[in-house]
Ligand binder design. Structure first.
Ligand code: ADP
Ligand code: MG
Length: 388
């Protein structure tokens, strides 16, 4: 990547743009070159132009225009681009897509916990405030997120656990970050247990059975919001769009010219990209140890924690999941980061429609064989790709 592009979010180029997110680059470059080449005689071109003129414009499909918006939601920069016929439709599509993010954030943000009116307290905060006290009635969306999360907790032997809140608080990322003592960790770990999240499907209630338990949906909510936004866009008839919510990417349809979206996987230790996946109608979600972290005494402490130890998961430095559901891909990117490559491949191979690209501390890139045809490596950064 040319150095001049670094740190810039969107760069418009002659035939396209490059969009830069926290973890991923997305770009498309449409070219009209091919169209302009040809061997038509000037007479034929003139004849065609005349024909077009007399046929009028009614039969010509409306040209798609590009509309983009960026907003800071869910602690991350969300960038959405849609392609549609006119400005009115573009604005409506973007409004609804961002509403989806706002809505999911309002339900799940555990720090939305202030004020006297209930609308200022998220459902997740209500559940947390009532830990060990009583079940809390919640929306279908919150219930679905928690059921999906618990399903993968079960499947991963607890590597993914949304009751990680008390341990996250101990490390205090962004606010009071420091390495906690082992005794504190052990105490907090006693409160981390997904099997103590009691979900009642009939009553639509959730109950944390131990006082002090605390849900943190940071590993799944952006994925769920992405799916929500995608479904809103589809309902509006949008056939080409791309969403990037801080590394949670969804490529809706193809690019307007019919070719695949090209999603870049960021170098976890440097600027630039290490690989490009070419996709349509899938989520590409990346978890890395470089987004939220601090250093202390020469050690690097990041935000993806192993519920078995209460400390950092260290078998991977970045995990990308390519799959149909952004919710699932978000959960899996965090889960596989904790599990590491060996157990991670074991798990993902059992699931249909999910591919994985692991970047390990030794600079190996281990990737699912099934994605080989849609994955290219840039040879940047000295990584060694190995198909699994
Ligand atoms: P990001 O939020 O940066 O996109 P992830 O999707 O990997 O990254 O989610 C990391 C977040 O998930 C943490 O900030 C925390 O809120 C939560 N989390 C950390 N460890 C776990 C875990 N083992 N299980 C479930 N959630 C976790
Ligand atoms: Mg995740």
């Amino acid at each position: 990547m040319p150095p001049a592009w670094k740190g810039i979010n969107i760069i418009y180029k002659r035939h396209g743009f490059l969009l830069r997110g926290n973890y991923a680059f997305i770009y498309w470059v449409g070219s009209l070159k091919g169209l302009l080449h040809g061997y038509f005689k000037i007479e034929i071109i003139l004849l065609l132009l005349l024909l077009l003129y007399f046929m009028g414009c009614e039969q010509k499909p409306a040209e798609l225009q590009e509309f983009s918006r960026e907003k800071f939601i869910m602690n991350t920069l969300v960038h959405i681009t849609v392609f549609c016929a006119d400005e009115h439709q573009g604005a409506k599509a973007l409004d609804e897509a961002f509403n989806a993010f706002e809505k999911v954030n309002d339900l799940t943000d555990r720090f939305k916990n202030q004020g006297k009116t209930t609308s200022l307290v998220s459902e997740v905060s209500k559940i947390n405030n009532n830990a060990g006290i009583s079940p809390v009635r919640v929306s279908d969306d919150t219930l679905t997120i928690l059921e999906r999360s618990n399903y993968f907790s079960e499947l991963s032997g607890g590597a993914f656990d949304v009751s990680i809140g008390p341990i996250m608080d101990l490390w205090g990322f962004g606010s009071n970050q420091h390495v906690p003592g082992q005794e504190e960790i052990n105490k907090a770990l006693a409160l981390v247990d997904y099997s103590k999240i009691k979900i009642d499907d009939d009553q639509n209630t959730v109950f944390l059975t131990k006082p002090g338990m605390c849900l943190d949906l940071g590993g799944v909510s952006k994925g769920y919001a992405t799916d929500y936004a995608v479904s809103a866009l589809r309902k509006l008839g949008i056939n080409h769009a791309i969403i990037n919510a801080g590394g949670n990417v969804y490529a809706l349809g193809t690019k307007p010219d019919g070719s695949l979206w090209r999603v870049g996987i960021q170098d976890p230790r440097d600027d630039g990209i290490i690989a490009i996946v070419s996709v349509q109608d899938v989520a590409v979600v990346t978890s890395g140890d470089y987004e939220r972290y601090f250093t202390q005494g020469g050690g690097r402490y990041h935000h993806i924690l192993d519920p078995a130890t209460g400390g950092q998961a260290r078998d991977a430095i970045q995990v990308t999941i390519v799959g149909d559901s952004a919710t699932e891909a978000d959960i899996l990117s965090t889960t596989l980061f904790v599990l590491g490559p060996e157990k991670g491949f074991n798990m993902v191979n059992k699931l249909k429609n999910n591919d994985v690209v692991f970047v390990c501390p030794d600079k190996q890139i281990l990737y699912s064989n099934t994605i080989s045809n849609n994955l290219t490596f840039t040879a940047e950064g000295g990584y060694q790709p190995v198909a699994k």
